[in-house]
Structures are given as C-alpha cells and as structure tokens.
Design a protein around this ligand. Structure first.
Ligand SMILES: *Cc1c(COP(=O)(O)O)cnc(C)c1O
Length: 394
C-alpha cells in the first residue's frame, strides 16, 4: 500500500499494516517469539539506546501486534495505536500515562462497570478523583469540571440504554478547559464511529467485543496522537507489561478484515428487531438509536454511519417478567458479553448493574423489567421467534 489516506476504511481493514517477510506469505503470520537477535554487539547497543529501529523484546514490540496496531490506527484515522492485554488494561494504561496525584476525571455515569471500579477503588487511593455526570447533560459536564480536571471519559452509545453523547461538543468543552476527551469506542468500532474526527483525543477499545467478533480472545487498544499514545501511554505498557499477545493480535487483525461487513449485519439485525419490539403489545419501551423515537436519533445519524448491534427494552411486570422472557429463550445465549456472532441476552439490574444500590439503579434508569440484547448474526426471524416464546406468554 502507499498512503493510508488514499484508501477507504474497508480497504484499510484488509490491507493496512501488513509487512511481508522474505517468505512471501499472503496472510499475516503470527510471530511467537519473546525476544529478537541482533547482528552484532554494536547493533544490540544501538537498539537498546533507541538509536537503531527494530525489535528487542515482545513486551515492547512484536510484528503481529504491530500489524494489528497499524491497521486499527488507520481505521480510526489516528496517528498511533498501542495494543493491550484487555480493554481494561487500555483504560488503566491511559490513566497511568496521563494522570498524576491531585488530578480529576469527569466521567459519564453510564460506563462499563469495571471502569467505575477502576476509577473509584484503584485510582482514588493514588489521589485521582472522579465525578460522574449524566452522559447527555452538557451543562452537568461543564459544572463538574475543576481546574485540576485532566480527562473527560465516556462511552457512546451507552450501555444498556443506548444514549448518545455529542462528541464534538464534549471535545470542545474538554479543550476549553485544558483537558482531554477519552472515548471508549467499543460499541461502535471505527466502522460506525470515528471519534477522533469529532475532536476526541484518545480512543479506547475492548477488542474482546466486535473487533474479535466471535468471542474468542481478550484484548484492547488505545488510539490517538504520537505524543499522548505513542509516548506517554505506550511507555506505561512497555514498562508495566499489559502487552497484547501475538496470537490474540492475530485473531483481532483477522477480525478487523471482516468488521465492516459484520457491523452492517449486526446493525441491520438490531434495527429490524428494535422495530418489531417497538410495536410488540407486551413491550413497554425500546431503546435503540436507530428508532425515530430515540431522543438522540438525529445526533446518532450524524455522528455514526449506522446504529449498532445493541438494544434494550422494558417489559411490564419487573424482574419476574424479564426473567421469564430470558429463561424462555432456547437459542439466545444468557450472558453479559456482547459483540459476538451469537445473540446474547441479559438482565442488567441483576448482573452488570447488580452492584449498584436501588437508588443508584433508579438514577441510572435501569429498571427491573429492562432486558438488554446484543444482536448477533443469526437470522432475524429466529431471534424474534426465540424472544416471542417468553413475551407472548406475559
Ligand atoms: C468489555 C468492555 C470493556 C472492558 O474490556 P475487556 O476486554 O473485558 O477488559 C471496556 N469498555 C466497554 C464498553 C466494554 O464493553
């Protein structure tokens, strides 16, 4: 390939980052090596000093990992990507690389549960405080910012209510206040949304989800500019060691090759299911950004190229009714995971959001009758029939 800017995302997904070895292999190989050899003592010394480019040790760099990083960076439109052992390692490394004692984070309240635990239980003792605000309330974000605020952190669309944040507005707010905007882009992937183009500074990925797409490996990545990601965050990873294994990197880079077609299929299936649920007599409310009734439908249409594979809906009758719908399925997988070819169904109030107090759950609008579906790639008629087993008997 010549310049990445000459190619569309679908092409970059298949081609970017590959450097063929003298063997002329067509597919990308897996480099399972922990270290690398040098031609001479002088060459070793030059590499260790950073004067000569090249691999030293796979905690620092590995050719398979680098192919994945360069491919994902190209797809997000970022200068640099560094891969990590998990999505949580990507968030931890970002915090360690960019924050110090006395700094402050303003975060959306509707973020991944482990991220909340990371901020509250593991960063707080190091003197980093986090304030939480409703994702779509710009005035609340503004009011929460302090002189020591260094990061604004969000996921959009949110889980499980699929609320959509205005990335450009929050990036502007961050920059006016000398902070960076970090977007966890796990639900959209670069196929549906490229937050750097709306002014975000750092992109987080859990590659475990759609990038793998078939539920096999744990991994993550951070994308952004050379100084923020290539120096500060990469420095934490190569020293602290949450580096991605070459095998997992290979699974993910092959996942990227089919990501565009998969995200379109997930989105098509989810929108069809959302529309069916929306008129189902036993369903009180459906949350999916593709529905005209969604409060940020217009924003999602502007900011995303499609609406994604996750939706949630509410049934009357609380936990008992929700559990009946879930337990009546014969095909769907009862699991909190997402981004898989297999459709998953979960009850947020007693699983992903089960650690919240009743008051916190009420504030977050996670009702007892709420069910979340991460729509997979099975035929939509079969998904519908499986849900209707329980719904029709309510
Ligand atoms: C799963 C997930 C994470 C954490 O990723 P792991 O790979 O499980 O560490 C972070 N953010 C979001 C939005 C997720 O869904």
């Amino acid at each position: 390939m010549t310049d990445n800017n000459d190619y569309a995302l679908e092409t970059l997904a298949v081609r970017a980052g590959q450097v063929r070895t003298p063997e002329g292999e067509h597919a990308e190989p897996i480099f399972t090596t922990s270290s690398y050899v040098f031609d001479s003592a002088a060459e070793a010394a030059a590499r260790f000093k950073g004067e000569s480019p090249g691999n030293i040790y796979s905690r620092f760099t590995n050719p398979t990992v680098r192919t994945f990083e360069e491919r994902l960076a190209a797809m997000e439109g970022g200068a640099r990507c560094v891969a990590t052992a998990s999505g949580m390692a990507a968030i931890l490394s970002t915090c360690l690389g960019l924050l110090q004692q006395g700094d402050h984070i303003v975060s959306s309240r509707a973020i991944f549960g482990s991220t909340v635990v990371l901020f509250n239980k593991y960063l707080a003792p190091f003197g980093v405080e986090t304030s939480y605000v409703p994702l779509t309330d710009l005035a609340a974000w503004q009011a929460a910012i302090r002189p020591e605020t260094k990061l604004l952190f969000l996921e959009t669309p949110s889980n499980p209510l699929t609320e959509v944040a205005d990335i450009q507005a929050l990036a502007d707010l961050a920059h006016e206040n000398g902070a960076l905007l970090v977007v966890d882009n796990c639900f959209c992937t670069p196929v549906l949304q490229q937050p750097l183009r709306f002014g975000a500074d750092v992109i987080i990925h859990s590659a475990t989800k759609y990038i793998d797409g078939q539920g096999r490996c744990i991994g993550g990545a951070v994308v952004g500019d050379e100084e923020t990601v290539g120096e500060k965050i990469y420095g934490v990873i190569r020293t602290g060691g949450p580096s991605l294994s070459p095998f997992n990197a290979w699974v993910f880079l092959k996942g990227l090759e089919t990501l565009a077609v998969r995200m379109k299929a997930h989105s098509d299936n989810a929108l069809a299911l959302a529309r069916w649920l929306d008129v189902h007599p036993k369903v009180a409310r459906v949350h999916h950004p593709g529905l005209d009734s969604h409060p940020q439908h217009e924003l999602a249409a502007r900011q995303q190229s499609d609406f994604g594979g996750v939706l949630s809906f509410e049934v009357e009758g609380g936990q008992a009714a929700a559990w009946q719908v879930i337990d009546s399925t014969a095909l769907l997988s009862i699991t909190a995971n997402l981004g898989d070819t297999k459709t998953t169904i979960t009850h947020p109030a007693t699983t992903t959001h089960g650690r919240l107090t009743d008051a916190e759950r009420a504030e977050a609008s996670i009702g007892d009758g709420l069910i979340r579906i991460a729509v997979g790639l099975e035929h939509q008629d079969d998904i519908r029939r499986d849900l209707d087993r329980g719904l029709s008997r309510l």
